[in-house]
Design a protein. Structure first.
Length: 287
């Protein structure tokens, strides 16, 4: 065998035995870019999924309860809880009192020259007890389920039979939260501290809302997330000076359920295993 042939065979063997070359810088850059796109898509997907869940809560639960409330009014001619035989266009047939005079007997004739500002609000209309942090302005609760059953109006499905007033969703930490609704009537010129910031008239009180969900619902209902003005506002936030900037919702999703002193702009310290702090919202009805 010639020397030239041997050298060619030896060179071919070296090329065959050498390890495979690694990724080039261009290939590494492409891989990193693809990984970044995947991570970004996952993050965006979570936001899209959460926004879709918030829209579902509004359409399938909050709006359904508002429609059921209106259906009760159409069926009976009075708002939920008012007297069908001696209506006073407010919950439970409360009456128009004169200044400094308390008139609470259902069916009594409104006093001449009186107004509703001093009327005593009856208790919340709920299916069971009050929701978390939900205030009651009366001494007793009226059964929401009984009132709807008496006139043959079906309630929204909610969680299940007997729990129509509840809805469960996952907060931004992936932990379960439960919404609960009640109804009540607020007089004009509210003086009761438990009703500050709720506005007058008949309202739906909604507990168990994370600040993120509350702001989203406020945006969908009022066009802007303002805790003190509009049809949808935060319980306990007194209305400020007219024609002035509003206020943010009283806490945010960085706070846990057990945190005290939470603020709308501060930064909390919740962990993934914590339930996010919740607020109570008040939604003014159109009847």
């Amino acid at each position: 065998m010639s020397a030239t042939h041997c050298n060619r065979g030896w060179a071919h063997a070296r090329r065959t035995a050498s390890p495979q070359a690694g990724f080039t810088l261009v290939e590494m850059a492409i891989v990193l870019a693809v990984i970044g796109l995947i991570i970004g898509a996952i993050a965006i997907g979570k936001d899209v999924q959460r926004n879709a869940e918030y829209t579902k809560i509004k359409n399938k639960f909050i709006d359904q309860w508002a429609q059921a409330y209106n259906q009760y009014y159409q069926r009976t001619g009075v708002v939920l809880g008012d007297s069908q035989t001696a209506p006073r266009y407010m919950v439970n047939g409360a009456n128009y009192p004169s200044a400094g005079v308390s008139v609470t007997a259902p069916g009594a004739t409104p006093l001449s020259g009186g107004d509703m500002s001093g009327a005593t609000s009856p208790g919340n209309i709920c299916s069971g007890g009050l929701g978390p942090s939900m205030t009651n302005v009366g001494t007793t609760l009226t059964s929401l389920r009984t009132l709807f059953a008496q006139v043959g109006v079906r309630m929204p499905p909610g969680r299940a039979e007997g729990f129509e007033d509840r809805y469960v969703y996952l907060d931004s930490n992936g932990n379960p939260q439960e919404i609960q609704v009640c109804f009540r009537w607020n007089p004009p010129g509210i003086a009761n501290a438990n009703q500050l910031g709720e506005g007058s008239g008949n309202v739906m009180v909604i507990s168990g809302l994370t600040p993120d969900l509350a702001r989203s619902l406020d945006q969908m209902i009022d066009g802007k997330p303002d805790a003190q003005e509009g049809l949808f506002r935060q319980q306990g936030v007194a209305n400020g000076t007219a024609n002035q900037p509003g206020v943010q919702w009283g806490t945010n999703n960085t706070y846990s359920m057990t945190t005290t002193g939470a603020t709308g702009t501060g930064t909390g310290n919740n962990f993934d295993e914590d339930q996010v702090a919740t607020v109570v919202a008040v939604y003014k009805m159109n009847q």
